[in-house]
Structure formats: structure tokens, C-alpha cells
Design a protein around this ligand. Structure first.
Ligand code: HAM
Length: 428
């Protein structure tokens, strides 16, 4: 049996890299007042259709919709509508977090700040850095429409990458306007695209009618060429959006947070308005976005809650691991372990187990021989697994209430009384 294409096994080395990313994320998010939450892996399909947007590629082409075997018969009889009654493996986290906020009336005491670590699922064509199951580290801030919260969330994002030790990331920001300035921008965009429409793909022809901004996500090379030089949203911002965007840029500069304005950032999900941003890292395969986010002031209401402005982001952990690897970050981080306990006979083991436990509880990385292998095999194993010491007990030591402490790096050894072993190891 083989795993499904686009999914991954996390052997200990890779799992440890993810753990590092996740630990630093939770620590930094918590230092900015973000509380960690968990939401379900699957939600009603209609949540994503409405939240992410039913004209987006994610909803139209990439969602894993689930039918339980009990509903399969109903489905075959035409009594079960996948889009109306169905459930979907989350393609992202924001819609579920908003649903949680609304369902639990968490909006009564705003602002609320949440962090989350989730697996998400998109049926994209797998390639380097693009998986069908991937991990997102997310942060969402509810209840402030002030641009200071845009600065705050980008500050958290930047601080995370700094703490993590990633060097060559680029923060790109844009403003995609609000309900006031969008109609004018869409009009100009449509005017520009219309004469080229008959040469463009059928998806773009549909997007033109339903959601012109989505034309800018088109991945067809010919379409990308045809619309290059299209009007950009920053040139059509209303007074309020323009002043908020200036505030964000101004404050990021004052805080020495490096960023660039990139008018091509429109995001692939429908809920955004005003500030939109992405983090990029080159040379990690075809996809360079290691994170993305922005403001979404209308989503809470769209999901059935009150008028609650919000802003947030999600980072792609799989791609960040690749980015750190490409900078050699993990190269020198081979884990050292402390003590491997070995008994020549299992009946001696009980004598060294109290020392094993005491060292384990004091934070030493300890393991013991569990397979009665020969000393030669056990030493080979201890060496390969980076143990600094092996503690041995044989017949003579058993009789003398002592052990042999073997230093694996310096190849020397000494006999130590059992009652002193913890003390000796702590001083080594
Ligand atoms: P997104 O840009 O769709 O935004 O995804 C965020 C990040 O998830 C991407 O920048 C990328 O690093 C990673 N990612 C996306 N798809 C894949 C994939 N197939 N394989 C590996 N990594 C992937 C969102 O999901 C929004 N919910 C972000 C947000 C939160 N906006 C506001 N709050």
C-alpha cells in the first residue's frame, strides 16, 4: 500500500522540524496576546462556498467533499445534495474560526485574538511545496477596524520569522479597497479585459461576469500575458482606504519592518478587503508564497454574526520548513542524546532504573536497551543515535553496587558507585 498522492509521512526528523515551527509560532503568538484554539477538520460545504467564495478556484476545483458510506446510497438515489447537505475537509482555517466565533457568541467581548495550527486539504496538482494535505499556522484578530491592528498583525508575522531564524523572506502588501472604491475599480478592470475576452479561457469569461477580481488569479500563461498592464486597485482607493493604507505603510517603516508594495497581490479567497499581504521566499519550488492574509471586515456578518471587522493570516508550514532547509538552518541541529543504559543481563536492570528515572526527570535524554542485544550491537546503536554516554552494568558491577560510565565521544570509561551516578552525570 502507498500513501495518497500529495500527502506526506512525517518521520521523526521532519516531525521535529514542524514541532520547532509550531512551538515558536505558539510562543510568539501568545506573547502578542493570541490564544490558541482548535476547530473541526471538516465543516458544512456551504460554509466554505459562502465564506471562501463559490467563484474561487479553491471552492470550484480544489475541495475534498466527503460523503459518509451511510449517505452514499441516498446520494446514488439523488436524495443527497453534496453542495447543500455535504461536508468538506477544510481547505483553510479562517471560515471555520469565524463559524466558531459566531456559534459560540465569542463576539460579545471584543477584540478577540486567536492562533491555530491546522492541517488543511486542497486537491491541487502536487509538486514541490504544494501538497493536498498541508499545515497552516494561523492568527485571526476580531473586533478592530483600525489600521493599527493591520500593523499589529504584520508585526506578529515579522517577529515570527525573525524568532524562527528565517532570513530571506519578503513581506508584500497591497490594498484591494472596500465596498466604496471597488465598483469603480471593477468597472475599469472590466473595460481593460473585455476586448481580450474572446482569446481568454472559459473560466475567465465566467469570472468576468461573476467576479472580475478573480481574473487576476488565472494560471493560464496566455491569459496572464493578455492582461499584463491591467489597472490595479491601489490607483482607485477611496479616501478612507488610501489613508488607512498610508498609515500601515508609514508605521511599518517606522518600526523597521521590511516590506514592499506589490499591486499584484489580490489573494485567492473572496473575503478580503483593504489591506492584503503575502510573505514570499524564492527557490522553494514553483510556489513562493509561504504565507498570506489580510483584512476581512464582512465575513463574520456573511456567516450569520454581527458586524465584526477582522484581519488575519495563515502561514504554510510545509513551505517554511523548505525555506529554512534551503538556508541550511537545520544542518547543524543534529540532536544529541545523553545516556544509554545497558545491562548485561535483564536481572540487573532494576538496579539502574532509579538512576534512569531520576536523570529522565531532570531533563536528560535517556534511553535503555530493551532487546538484550550484544554489547557490540548496543554500542553501535548508541553511537548512531548520538548518545554521549553509555552506562553499563554487568555481574561485577552488580556485586559492587556500581556501573561503568563510558564516554562515547572521548572513548574512555570509569567505574562509578551507583549511589553517585546521578551526581556524576549531572556534573559531566
Ligand atoms: P492562503 O494564501 O490560501 O490563505 O494560504 C496560506 C498559506 O498556506 C499559503 O501562503 C501557502 O504557504 C500555504 N498553502 C496553501 N496551499 C498549500 C498547498 N497546497 N500546499 C502547501 N502549502 C499551501 C489562507 O488560507 C487564508 N485562510 C489566510 C488568512 C487567514 N487570511 C486571513 N486569515
Amino acid at each position: 500500500m502507498k500513501k495518497v498522492k500529495g500527502t506526506r509521512d512525517f518521520l521523526p526528523e521532519l516531525a521535529n522540524k514542524f514541532k520547532y515551527l509550531e512551538d515558536v509560532f505558539l510562543e510568539v503568538a501568545s506573547s502578542f496576546g493570541f490564544e490558541n484554539i482548535r476547530v473541526p477538520t471538516f465543516e458544512k460545504t456551504s460554509l466554505f462556498a459562502r465564506g471562501v467564495g463559490d467563484t474561487t478556484d479553491i471552492v470550484k476545483k480544489e475541495m475534498f467533499q466527503v460523503i459518509s458510506s451511510a449517505n452514499m446510497d441516498k446520494y446514488c438515489r439523488g436524495e443527497y445534495s453534496v453542495s447543500k447537505d455535504g461536508i468538506t475537509l477544510r481547505p483553510e482555517g479562517t471560515a471555520g474560526v469565524v463559524r466558531m466565533l459566531v456559534e459560540n457568541k465569542e463576539y460579545v467581548n471584543l477584540p478577540k485574538k486567536y492562533s491555530y495550527i491546522i492541517n488543511a486539504f486542497r486537491n491541487e496538482r502536487p509538486q514541490a511545496g504544494r501538497y493536498r494535505e498541508f499545515t497552516q499556522l494561523g492568527a485571526e484578530l476580531f473586533g478592530s477596524s483600525e489600521p493599527i491592528s493591520d500593523v499589529y498583525i504584520i508585526m506578529l508575522l515579522d517577529e515570527y520569522f525573525k524568532k524562527l531564524g528565517l532570513k530571506n523572506y519578503k513581506i508584500k502588501i497591497n490594498s484591494i479597497g472596500c465596498k466604496t472604491c471597488r465598483p469603480k475599480y471593477y468597472e475599469e478592470l472590466k473595460k481593460y479585459v473585455e476586448p481580450k475576452l474572446d482569446k481568454m479561457c472559459s473560466d475567465c469569461n465566467e469570472r468576468f461576469k461573476n467576479n472580475p477580481l478573480r481574473i487576476l488569479d488565472c494560471k493560464v500563461d496566455n491569459d496572464i500575458k493578455l492582461i499584463s498592464g491591467h489597472p490595479v486597485s491601489v490607483d482607485y482607493l477611496c479616501e478612507s482606504c488610501a489613508s488607512k493604507f498610508n498609515f500601515v505603510k508609514d508605521n511599518l517603516e517606522k518600526l523597521n519592518i521590511k516590506f514592499e508594495v506589490d499591486a499584484s497581490i489580490v489573494r485567492g479567497l473572496d473575503y478580503y478587503c483593504e489591506t492584503a499581504f503575502e510573505v514570499h521566499f524564492e527557490n522553494i519550488g514553483a510556489k513562493s508564497a509561504i504565507g498570506g492574509g489580510g483584512r476581512y471586515n464582512d465575513l463574520v456578518e456573511l456567516i450569520g454574526g454581527p458586524d465584526v471587522p477582522a484581519i488575519g493570516f495563515a502561514l504554510g508550514a510545509d513551505r517554511i520548513v523548505m525555506a529554512l532547509e534551503s538556508e541550511g538552518f537545520f544542518d547543524y541541529k543534529e540532536e544529541e542524546k545523553d545516556v544509554y543504559f545497558y545491562s548485561f543481563d535483564e536481572k540487573f536492570a532494576y538496579k539502574i532504573l532509579p538512576a534512569f528515572n531520576e536523570l529522565r526527570e531532570s531533563g536528560f535524554k535517556v534511553e535503555m536497551e530493551l532487546n538484550s542485544r550484544s554489547l557490540k550491537s548496543a554500542l553501535k546503536y548508541a553511537n548512531k543515535n548520538n548518545f554521549k554516554y553509555v552506562v553499563l552494568i554487568g555481574e561485577d558491577e552488580y556485586q559492587n553496587n556500581s556501573v561503568i560510565v563510558k564516554n562515547m565521544k572521548e572513548s574512555d570509561q570509569k567505574e562509578v558507585k551507583l549511589e553517585n551516578i546521578v551526581e556524576v552525570m549531572k556534573n559531566e
